[in-house]
Write a protein that binds this ligand. Structure first.
Ligand code: SAM
Length: 207
């Protein structure tokens, strides 16, 4: 992490209600099984359950640190995503402190290899203007490591565009977004659906 990023305090849930409402407004129909990859204390999904009054939302939470949430699996989400069976989840939540492209990349890769349902992915992507962009995202956007090393901060301004380009290259047709700008930091809260094979086939038939 660069010096600027370490100076900005990490707050688990700034813009808490933006995150809650985005999720509440895009919940899939039917019962829901959530894989909460950056679970923290699980406040977002606790609040969604409270305001919707729904009892058919199951949440499996992962956090790299020991947090107070009582259902949290303590591990690095990248390890979990690489090895777990993702087909049982119809919601995957990636509420990161920064660039979540690595986790999203693993999710696409793992789902491509299994029979899965429609999966709604909620994400937080935080971009700091003079910060650096992950090598994973730059590689996905077609920049070589050599180009990145020359001037790591050069790409920061467009990081979120690269992220969206990457999503659209993965057969995503729309992204819902809420955006918050504060000083040099831009927070994007969004969601999209990774369609199942069945949904893709039925869409193909109707076109
Ligand atoms: C923005 S907070 C999450 C807030 C949470 N979604 C909620 O509802 O309260 C981010 C959390 O991600 C955790 N975290 C950071 N990197 C991680 C990783 N690689 N794997 C799992 N958890 C991680 C941090 O410990 C922190 O608790």
């Amino acid at each position: 992490m660069n010096k600027l990023a370490t100076k900005i305090a990490k707050k688990d849930n700034s813009y808490f209600y933006d995150k809650v409402l985005l999720r509440k407004n895009h919940l899939p129909v039917g019962s829901i099984v959530v894989l909460d990859c950056f679970a923290g204390e699980g406040k977002i999904w606790k609040e969604i359950k409270r305001i919707t009054g729904r009892s058919d939302i199951d949440v499996i939470g992962i956090d790299i640190n020991k947090r107070r949430g009582n259902y949290t699996i303590k591990t690095d989400n990248r390890k979990f995503l690489l090895s777990a069976n993702l087909s049982k989840y119809n919601v995957i939540d990636v509420d990161a402190y920064g660039d979540c492209s690595k986790q999203i990349g693993i999710i696409f890769d793992r789902l491509r290899r299994c029979e899965h349902q429609d999966v709604t992915v909620f994400f937080t992507f935080i971009q700091i203007q003079q910060g650096s962009v992950s090598s994973y995202l730059l590689r996905a956007a077609g920049f070589s490591d050599k180009m990145r090393r020359k001037c790591p901060t050069l790409f920061a301004y467009h990081a979120f565009e690269y992220f969206c380009q990457y999503l659209f290259s993965q057969d995503i047709d729309r992204i819902y977004l809420r955006e918050a700008v504060k000083g040099s930091s831009r927070k994007r809260y969004g969601c999209f659906v990774i369609k199942s094979r069945k949904t893709k086939e039925s869409l193909d038939k109707t076109q």
